[in-house]
Design a protein around this ligand. Sequence first.
Ligand code: HEC
Length: 239
Amino acid sequence: MKDNHLVDMNIHQTVRLSLVGALMLALASCGSDNRTPGRTFVPDMAYSQAYETYTKNPSFGKDSLGAVDSFEARLPVAHTIARGLLPATNIGDDKVLASYLYKTHYANTDSNYLASTNNLKNPFQPEKEVLERGKYLYTIHCMVCHGEKGLGDGSIVQTQAYPPVPSYADRLPTISEGQMFHSITYGKNLMGSYSYVLTTDDRWKVIYYIQQLVNVGPFAKNTATTTAAAPADSTATGN
Ligand code: HEC
């Protein structure tokens, strides 16, 4: 009984003391001057340090490769796709999405070049606007080597300043649209990469345009077995 009484007293005292403490804290934080905030609890949260975008920030140290990366401006998280650069359609289709993440998911290897046939798919339909955009880009970026009709006789080749370029009529029937995408993205031998200048959308639009130039893929004249994916086997079973 006695012990309980003592415990009760202690609790009461603690409560009372805490109330007084809280009151004092509350009073102390109110200054008489309305223009200053008075005492501040954890001031560095209220007044945080501001850093200029391109200055060093000591909160950041070395990156995963050991290089010093203390820039205030941080890189986006790996595999981030910038706003507006996602496919407009068929976003749920893995083969479509893969091309929008191509460089972060598939390195430039021979096996990925081969696998691109099954991994990738053109998200667009070969419609008028798509082909117009493809032609526009082709004229600017590709025609100088591949030539107006894709014969490999572009102006730079004609001056003989550049070695011969294969004709699309020979090459495109032997490769898939995925392989075209891989080569345009990473470049191939003497041809450079175009991923720095063509968005994923634009690369696919150019692909339709060059397929149309030589009637392959969806533009194949005979509609049987011509997805260009499989090596031209034979026409024996065609109708
Ligand atoms: C500087 C000259 C040059 C330019 C510009 C150029 N190419 Fe090429 N392209 C080549 C050469 C050379 C090859 C043959 C590469 C090889 O197989 O060795 C080639 C091959 C290709 C192939 C076949 C790739 C494969 O996997 O076999 C495609 C598709 C292609 N180019 C598309 C394009 C497109 C689309 C553009 C414009 C965005 C373009 N090229 C711009 C020189 C060029």
